[in-house]
Design a protein around this ligand. Structure first.
Ligand SMILES: [Zn+2]
Length: 163
């Protein structure tokens, strides 16, 4: 397998996931070398480097499936929700992450339920942002690309779609 992969890569999906050490996409989905392109940022937050990485996979490697993978007990989402409540700024570049998650906070919920609901809302928002990228949208329209949201549960190790 390693030898065959030296001549090129044809991953069948790109997973945009969180940096959480408990949620490595290759292990979550039991995939091997060359199967998945993984892009990871805290809270799956988008920036130019993340968008460029996703675009590379879709436009240059023709990957037909992009999954935004959030997860239960996401520390980045928790920090964003708590910073929003307290008004206290987070250290260094962590505030940048929280600022990206803040618009997705589910204010209909309180406490732990707010964090949990925001995990889903954040996945939906990031999926929508990717789907609104013109180059990706064109591929979706022509049937060459699907962009889906999903969530991994630490307690059950199951993944379900976030619609
Ligand atoms: Zn996380």
């Amino acid at each position: 397998m390693r030898q065959s992969l030296t001549s090129g890569q044809h991953p069948f999906a790109l997973v945009l996931g969180c940096i959480d050490s408990r949620v490595p996409p290759e292990l979550v989905f039991d995939q091997g070398l060359g199967d998945l392109m993984t892009v990871r940022s805290a809270g799956e937050v988008l920036d130019e480097a993340v968008l460029g990485s996703v675009a590379y996979g879709v436009l240059e490697l023709d990957i037909p499936l992009v999954m935004v993978l959030g997860h239960q007990s996401c520390g980045a989402v928790k920090a964003a929700v708590e910073s929003d409540l307290s008004g206290e700024r987070l250290p260094a570049h962590i505030q940048y992450i929280a600022d990206r998650i803040a618009p997705n906070i589910d204010r209909t919920q309180e406490g732990d339920a707010r964090i949990d609901a925001t995990i889903d809302a954040n996945v939906r928002a990031i999926r929508a942002q990717l789907a609104a990228e013109p180059d990706l949208a064109a591929k979706v329209t022509s049937g060459q690309l699907a962009i889906v949201g999903a969530r991994y549960e630490l307690t059950t190790q199951r993944v379900h779609r976030v619609g």
